[in-house]
Design a protein around this ligand. Structure first.
Ligand SMILES: NC(=O)c1ccc[n+]([C@@H]2O[C@H](COP(=O)([O-])OP(=O)(O)OC[C@H]3O[C@@H](n4cnc5c(N)ncnc54)[C@H](OP(=O)(O)O)[C@@H]3O)[C@@H](O)[C@H]2O)c1
Length: 292
């Protein structure tokens, strides 16, 4: 299969690159923003026309949730209009699109797990832009997988895991929110599962949740990061995680209190099983210390 990946410098893009390199059955081109800007229709059109992929995996996005509140024009340009560009090109060449969305399209008021059929109601600009990105796909093409992921972490920079490690080197105690719950999900596992699903798609297009279990609070996730990184020798001292309520930890963007998502649909449709986020964390800390 010929695969084109956008946003290749991001954490999910890098994980796809790493895991696709390991599989010899695919030919792929992983392009960063300079090589293919999804906001530039002509540029994207000519790149796709030249490479002629069998499928496009779009990991490009604006992902700074708090900054998005002050950068409305940019966030909608990338997460909505860029996705519309890709959808139009996919339609023109009849290429299926795999696109990633988020738990932040929901308001978090549901008491149970979110399924793919629940009604979105975003409470911040990032969430709204991602929902409108989904809508561009719905109205333009039929062959798509929209994969909703959440609380993304990786061994690359710029995520909750890297922030906790950074803070724990400077502080003996860190305040972490304990009343928002969700599913931490590693880009390594997401990319592996998508690669596994590729030959099984058939005509099972649609929206799917893909997250790791069990669901926890940010504070519980932080505690696990500290414990595992300490046990594996990445931290000299065990930093204390102080549980605080969202009301005590003000951020520019509101976050859903409940982000938990069900993975029954994706597991049943494609006959896959998803590893726990704890095993992904252990894998990250089982590497050489200089690699993180
Ligand atoms: N991170 C999370 O916690 C999270 C949670 C749920 C869902 N998701 C979704 O998962 C997907 C992957 O997220 P991620 O964490 O890997 O994001 P990321 O690390 O921020 O990577 C996104 C990449 O897209 C690039 N990009 C931005 N504008 C672009 C454009 N116009 N054309 C091409 N590339 C562009 C960015 O480049 P620059 O940095 O140079 O702008 C960056 O390299 C996204 O769809 C995101 O919305 C993420």
């Amino acid at each position: 299969m010929r695969i084109l990946i956008t946003g290749a410098d991001g954490q999910l893009g890098k994980s796809f690159l790493k895991n696709l390199k390991k599989s010899s059955i695919h030919v792929f081109s992983a392009l960063n923003k300079r090589e293919m800007d999804i906001c530039n229709f002509e540029n994207s059109f000519s790149v796709i026309k030249n490479f002629r992929p069998d499928i496009i995996i779009n990991t490009a996005a604006y992902t700074q949730v708090d900054d998005a509140e002050d950068n409305e024009e940019k966030v909608f340009q990338i997460n909505r209009d860029g996705v519309f560009n890709l959808s139009k090109i996919c339609k023109e060449f009849d290429i299926p699109l795999i696109h990633f969305s988020t738990d932040y399209i929901f308001d978090g008021l549901k008491k149970d797990l979110y399924s793919e059929d629940d009604k979105p109601n975003p409470i911040n600009k990032y969430g709204l832009s991602k929902l409108q990105g989904e809508e561009q796909i719905f109205k333009t093409i039929e062959k798509y997988l929209i994969i909703r992921i959440s609380w993304v972490f990786s061994d690359f920079e710029g995520n909750f895991l890297s922030k906790i490690l950074e803070l724990s080197k400077l502080n003996t105690k860190i305040d972490v929110v304990s009343d928002q719950i969700g599913n931490p999900t590693s880009t390594d596992e997401v990319s592996k599962k998508i690669i596994e699903i590729l030959p099984k798609i058939n005509d099972n297009w649609g929206v799917y949740n893909l997250v790791q279990n069990p669901s926890v609070s940010w504070a519980e996730f932080a505690e696990k990061i500290i414990n595992i990184s300490f046990e594996k020798g990445f931290l000299k001292d065990k930093t204390i995680i102080k549980k605080v309520h969202s009301s005590q930890y003000k951020t520019k963007a509101k976050r859903p209190m409940n982000s938990r998502m069900s993975t029954i649909k994706i597991c049943k449709t494609f006959n896959i099983s998803i590893d726990s986020w704890e095993s992904s964390l252990i894998n990250i800390f089982s590497k050489n210390k200089n690699e993180i």
